[in-house]
Design a protein around this ligand. Structure first.
Ligand SMILES: [Zn+2]
Ligand SMILES: [Zn+2]
Length: 307
């Protein structure tokens, strides 16, 4: 199984400025199937940039009706169905994605719904799909139909919180996750309604105890604080491997021990510069590499104009 991040920016201002890309992420070879999760603006273009083929999709999952999660959905449906000439794949998402909720959505036209199975996922609802179970997980983010999910196959579980604030029962929805992917829009304790900050993600990790935690969906304040330093802080406090995703990051998942998953080398230069910084975070001799690591962090934040 491979997970590729086609964008790690989130929220309105990171999205409209494209300080980070916003194409969501791909899960390839989950039980032999390929899924695109939350295809925000640029998802189609980033797929080709980072070497995943949108024509080889089996499913598209859209957690909710905000532009940073759905914008490229219809064009990916066209890719999945070979330009709407074939019946193929599944579109999964919240009720608001399919039917709209108040002023939000719907995000998929009637035309684009016709050639794929439509699967409305609700909080606390489970569906069986391609020999996996997919469970909708509750979010607190506005529209009550919004969902995250947990995919399970062969006793392996991948959980995605989507956008949500932390709430008491959130860990229950993601318990037993081997891999936990979360939208963490702000650093430290800087909270914002309907979203998690790093401190809240740390709390979630302590309760869920995944093998591997990945944070993504960064807003401008998080980018200024540097998500790699936030992830490093979580790792040092929890002992759980925590990665701040970067645009183009691709992980070859070790299903037996997800913490030992490997970065896949990429041709894209931007992704490579992030990868080098990130790997030094988890190097076995972190302290010796500290100066080197800090220099690299400074150089790539400068390259991204975040300073
Ligand atoms: Zn969002
Ligand atoms: Zn949202």
């Amino acid at each position: 199984m491979r997970i590729t991040f086609l964008g790690t920016g989130g929220g309105r201002f990171a999205t409209i400025s494209q300080k980070r890309m916003t194409g969501g992420f791909r899960i390839d070879d989950f039980n032999g199937k390929n899924y695109h999760i939350d295809p925000g603006p640029g998802a189609l273009v980033r797929s080709y940039q980072f070497g995943v083929d949108p024509k080889r999709l089996d499913g598209i999952f859209v957690s909710h009706a905000h532009t940073d999660h759905y914008t490229d959905t219809e064009v990916l449906i066209e890719a999945m169905t070979r330009g709407m000439t074939k019946e193929n794949g599944v579109i999964m998402g919240s009720r608001s994605v399919f039917e709209g909720f108040k002023e939000w959505g719907p995000c998929v036209s009637k035309y684009h719904k016709t050639n794929s199975e439509n699967l409305i996922l609700g909080p606390n609802k489970s569906k069986t799909l391609d020999n996996m179970t997919i469970k909708g997980t509750k979010t607190v983010h506005g529209d009550p139909t919004y969902v995250g999910f947990q995919m399970e196959h062969d006793d392996f579980r991948l959980s995605y919180t989507a956008d949500t604030s932390y709430f008491d029962k959130l860990p229950n929805y993601h318990k037993n996750a081997n891999i936990l992917i979360a939208s963490v829009i702000r650093p430290g304790s800087k909270s914002i309604k309907g979203h998690m900050s790093s401190d809240r993600f740390l709390q979630l990790i302590e309760e869920v105890k995944p093998d591997l935690a990945i944070m993504t969906h960064f807003g401008l304040k998080m980018l200024n604080a540097n998500p790699i330093l936030e992830a490093k802080n979580i790792l040092s406090k929890t002992g759980i491997k925590t990665i701040a995703a970067f645009d183009g990051m691709s992980l070859d998942i070790n299903l037996v021990n997800p913490a030992k998953s490997k970065f896949i080398s990429l041709k894209d230069n931007v992704a490579r510069s992030f990868k080098t910084s990130q790997q030094s975070t988890f190097g076995s001799i972190i302290n010796k590499k500290e100066n080197n690591y800090n220099n690299k962090v400074v150089s790539y934040t400068r390259d991204f104009g975040e300073k």
